[in-house]
Design a protein around this ligand. Structure first.
Ligand SMILES: *Cc1c(COP(=O)(O)O)cnc(C)c1O
Length: 246
């Protein structure tokens, strides 16, 4: 049964990789500059395990509870697989302690309060001897207007310097770069070029935080054209999610 699914996933993976290669060629970039994250939310752990069989190492989820269980299942199904789990969804501060147990990177850090909660959770885990390294994080910036930003998440651009400075100061978090989601119902190319301009300024202050997570199934070409180093792909790899899913 899972061999059919494996063939299906192999085919879609090849298609997405080709799409990334073509987008890189069109943008005059090298394909190695763009990492592919498989967004496995709402799909079962066995799909994630099959993706690791196909060589995928970076998997992403958007809800703590689902991800925590799935990461555990994948670890027991594929004990030898080297998987890096990324949190890409909106995160409540009271989930910080749980998230730092399964996530290798949190891409959705969008407020000082959340940054503090994550830093505290990492510090507590270090003190208990449960981990020995800081947590990789991206600052999520909003490309929406202010009101929509409050509903969809992301740090408004004027607040980014303060957030980034806080993340840089923390010994428990390691700022790797920026993440963004294109606004709904508008031209992603326009939004991603605003993102690219903001990132240029950001890099002057944080030259080593070179990661730019942008682009999903529907807009990865535009994101790659604007400098994305990491595309987060769900639907194009795994298929459509159920109607009730976020
Ligand atoms: C679900 C999700 C994705 C993947 O979206 P697709 O359109 O299915 O590729 C990417 N980023 C975030 C933050 C998501 O929540």
């Amino acid at each position: 049964m899972s061999t059919d699914r494996q063939a299906e996933l192999a085919e879609s993976l090849e298609r997405v990789r080709t799409q990334i290669r073509d987008a890189c060629a069109a943008a005059g970039r090298r394909p190695e500059e763009v990492r592919l994250l498989a967004v496995t939310k709402t799909f079962p752990a066995v799909d994630a395990a099959l993706l690791t069989d196909l060589g995928m190492t970076d998997l992403a989820e958007n809800r703590d509870q689902e991800a925590s269980a799935k990461a555990g299942e994948v670890a027991s199904m594929r004990p030898d697989a080297r998987v890096r789990w990324h949190m890409v969804g909106r995160l409540q501060r009271n989930k910080a302690r749980s998230v730092v147990r399964w996530a290798d990177e949190v891409q959705s850090v969008d407020s000082l309060r959340l940054a503090d909660a994550l830093a505290k959770a990492v510090r507590a885990a270090r003190e208990r001897g449960e981990r020995d390294h800081p947590l990789d994080v991206l600052a999520q910036v909003s490309l929406d207007d202010e009101e929509t930003a409050r509903a969809r998440g992301g740090c408004p651009l004027p607040e980014l310097p303060a957030l980034a400075e806080n993340l840089t100061q923390s010994g428990d978090l390691r700022l790797r770069g920026l993440m963004a989601v294109a606004p709904l119902g508008t031209d992603p190319a326009e939004a991603f070029s605003r993102l690219a301009a903001a990132r240029e300024k950001f890099l002057e202050d944080h030259p080593s935080a070179v990661e730019l997570s942008a682009g999903m199934s529907g807009d990865l070409e535009q994101a790659i054209a604007c400098g994305s180093t990491c595309v987060r792909v769900g639907t194009a790899l795994l298929g459509r999610r159920g109607l009730a899913s976020p």
